[in-house]
Ligand binder design. Structure first.
Ligand SMILES: *[C@@H]1O[C@H](CO)[C@@H](O)[C@H](O)[C@H]1NC(C)=O
Ligand SMILES: *[C@@H]1O[C@H](CO)[C@@H](O)[C@H](O)[C@H]1NC(C)=O
Ligand SMILES: *[C@@H]1O[C@H](CO)[C@@H](O)[C@H](O)[C@H]1NC(C)=O
Ligand SMILES: *[C@@H]1O[C@H](CO)[C@@H](O)[C@H](O)[C@H]1NC(C)=O
Length: 213
């Protein structure tokens, strides 16, 4: 699906500022790319500009005099560095790539320009919507159902084409299970900051099936 190929980033919050440097939280889906920007128009004068990770590896070092770009051997095949904007693109991100990424300009002094806190998380798995029971009584169609994903669960019922307003259940790690109904469908939507998936049932069809049995 298109979602898997799209770059999905959430610039969550500017957590704090220290001197030149701001820390920015980014959430990336496993396998996707993330582009880290300098975030400032006015760089201090520098001889060298580098991006490093929190293992002290220099992912890229750019020397302004020679315009030379030097990439770290273990990042060679999976980064793009733009020597105009100085932004760094990390490709095919894996969970082990989660951590801090800092841009630093060095000249007469060292300045941290920006720090990103990158979290790489998997796309959600599809939720499961199960119909526990459905029956017709006179003109009333009633459906009891359960929406489930991992440790989250919502149970509700749908009566005569009306169900309770949207119900939400959220886990501690920002996974959300949402149950909603339109005039004839029940939608179970499981999401996290980088992705969402749904399971849907047509209610009218459920009741018709019941009628014919
Ligand atoms: C660098 O970024 C600029 C501005 O976004 C863009 O026009 C240019 O094509 C990029 N260069 C490379 C090599 O990607
Ligand atoms: C449907 O759910 C309602 C309320 O939760 C419950 O009282 C009822 O017994 C359920 N009906 C069936 C057939 O499971
Ligand atoms: C959940 O989201 C909040 C705000 O977006 C963030 O501060 C927090 O770190 C997240 N928790 C986890 C476990 O990702
Ligand atoms: C599912 O939830 C996500 C996150 O809240 C939302 O962006 C998306 O539009 C929802 N999808 C449907 C079909 O409701």
């Amino acid at each position: 699906m298109a979602i898997n190929h799209r770059l999905r980033i959430l610039l969550c919050l500017l957590t704090f500022k220290t001197g030149f440097s701001a820390e920015i939280s980014v959430v990336v889906q496993t396998g996707n790319s993330v582009q880290l920007h300098i975030q400032t128009r006015e760089l201090p004068e520098f001889d060298d500009l580098s991006w490093k990770n929190d293992k002290s590896e220099i992912i890229v070092r750019y020397t302004s005099e020679t315009k030379r770009v030097r990439l770290h051997s273990s990042y060679k095949d999976r980064v793009d560095f733009n020597d105009t904007t100085f932004s760094l693109t990390l490709k095919n991100m894996q969970k082990t790539d989660s951590g801090l990424y800092t841009a630093r300009a060095s000249g007469e002094s060292d300045n941290n320009i920006v720090t990103y806190r990158v979290s790489v998380i998997d796309a959600v798995e599809a939720p499961v919507l199960t119909v526990n029971s459905n029956w017709l009584s006179g003109n009333f169609c009633t459906v009891n159902f359960t929406c489930r994903a991992h440790e989250l669960m919502i149970t509700s019922s749908y009566q005569n084409n009306r169900c309770s307003p949207e119900e939400t259940s959220t886990s501690s790690d920002n996974h959300t299970l949402r149950l909603s109904c339109s005039c004839d469908s029940i939608i179970c939507n499981y999401s996290n900051p980088v992705s969402w998936k749904t399971d849907t049932e047509k209610v009218n069809k459920l009741c018709t099936v019941n009628l014919s049995t």
